[in-house]
Design a protein around this ligand. Structure first.
Ligand SMILES: Nc1ncnc2c1ncn2[C@@H]1O[C@H](COP(=O)(O)OP(=O)(O)OP(=O)(O)O)[C@@H](O)[C@H]1O
Ligand SMILES: [Mg+2]
Length: 367
């Protein structure tokens, strides 16, 4: 296995990159390739779009891993951020009463979707849970387009900042709003709040603050552990790009952002690379068979393709110059959309995996 492919072999692979470059396709193909080698693999998407589900033969995916038919031990799931956050809160609650109170609390429900990054945080929290759980040899994560992916990568940090933030500290501090609310809304401000919102809401705020207070340390610890997992040497960020000029510029910028976030990039996949086909001799041999008019048309389109292939070659050079420490893994433009297992197997083979074209993955084929 060459050094450039080794990152695709790490326990956790996170496919990142700009919109539409092939992150979902690569995540599924890496997972398929590794499952074909006999590994038990989970491929996970946090994207609500059903593309991964469809490509793997499901109408849709949910928060439970589902076994992909005909692909060895390949399991697919879609992260359900709300459910994950609920599970996390449930696991951090000191007792069943606190757990039920927190989960049924309306303020928690509002806040859990309103806090910036809590969705993304719960996604990485799930990744952490699956990693710790140890039921998979490899976990491959597909992410939404780059802007969201960055939100996602910074999620543990943002959630910690939220809990470190002034508002929540004020709420949780001794003599802060929580205590005052708990102490029966003695201040005029709070009695106004109480009048405006109704006694129930005030009671819920109080309950939320007191229950969540018992979990802040646990949430902090989990956010740190998740953050450490993203920076662990067993975690690999696989940056996917297309050879188009704008995509290459975005990929280079994206790598810079990863570096600033201290998240190590370890592989670069350039997807949909066009290659020139047919030499001058082939074209000459065609003319007697198809006639001069058709042959001229074929020549013109071969020339177009050669120009596109040359442009893609330059894009690869630009990427090599920007990322001198690893050789890009190049996947060609296929003559069809990759929307099923057969297409994914083709991509997996281009990534260096030995995947047979038959419907069953064959562990022995790749040893
Ligand atoms: N090598 C390839 N050859 C031909 N088509 C491809 C190839 N790779 C991906 N595609 C097609 O490109 C489209 C986009 O791929 P994909 O959904 O994997 O991108 P994405 O980066 O996950 O997109 P998004 O950012 O919207 O989530 C899909 O229709 C897929 O079938
Ligand atoms: Mg996608």
């Amino acid at each position: 296995m060459s050094a450039s492919r080794a990152p695709l072999e790490r326990r956790l692979c996170i496919c990142v990159g700009a919109g539409g470059v092939g992150k979902t396709t690569m995540a599924a193909a890496i997972a398929l390739g590794r499952a074909a080698r006999g590994e038990r693999v989970a491929v996970i998407t946090i994207d609500p779009a059903p593309r991964l589900a469809r490509a793997l033969g499901f109408a849709e995916l949910d928060g439970e891993p589902q076994l992909v038919a005909g692909a060895g031990e390949l399991w697919a799931m879609r992260l359900d951020p709300k459910r994950t956050l609920d599970e996390l809160i449930a696991s951090l609650a000191p007792d069943a009463g606190t757990r039920d109170a927190a989960l049924s609390n309306r303020i928690y429900r509002e806040l859990s979707s309103a806090v910036a990054g809590s969705q993304e945080f719960s996604a990485v929290a799930k990744l952490y849970e699956l990693d710790r759980d140890g039921s998979f040899d490899a976990i491959i994560l597909d992410t939404p387009p780059s802007r969201n992916a960055l939100d996602f990568l910074d999620a543990p940090g943002r959630l910690m900042r939220f809990f470190d933030g002034r508002a929540i500290r004020m709420l949780l501090s001794q003599g802060g709003l929580a205590t005052k609310v708990a102490g029966r809304a003695s201040s005029p401000l709070l009695s106004v709040v109480a009048r405006l919102t109704g006694g129930d809401v005030l009671r819920e705020i109080t309950a939320f603050i007191t229950t969540i207070a018992s979990m802040v340390d646990g949430l902090h610890a989990r956010a740190s552990a998740v953050s450490a997992l993203l920076r662990d040497p067993a975690t690999s960020f696989v940056l996917v790009s297309s050879p188009r000029r704008e995509a290459v510029t975005e990929a280079i910028a994206f790598a810079g952002e990863l570096e600033r976030a201290r998240l190590g990039l370890s592989a670069l996949v350039v997807n949909r690379v066009r290659t020139a086909t047919g030499g001058a001799d082939d074209l000459l041999a065609l003319e007697p068979l198809i006639g001069p008019r058709l042959s001229a048309l074929v020549c013109a389109s071969v020339a177009d393709l050669a120009a596109l292939a040359a442009a893609d070659g330059l894009a690869l050079e630009r990427l090599r110059a920007a990322f001198p420490s690893f050789e890009p893994v190049s996947v060609p433009e296929l003559p069809f959309e990759v929307h099923d297992l057969a297409g994914l197997r083709r991509v997996a083979r281009h990534l260096g995996y030995r995947v047979s074209s038959s419907s069953e993955a064959s562990p022995s084929a790749a040893q």
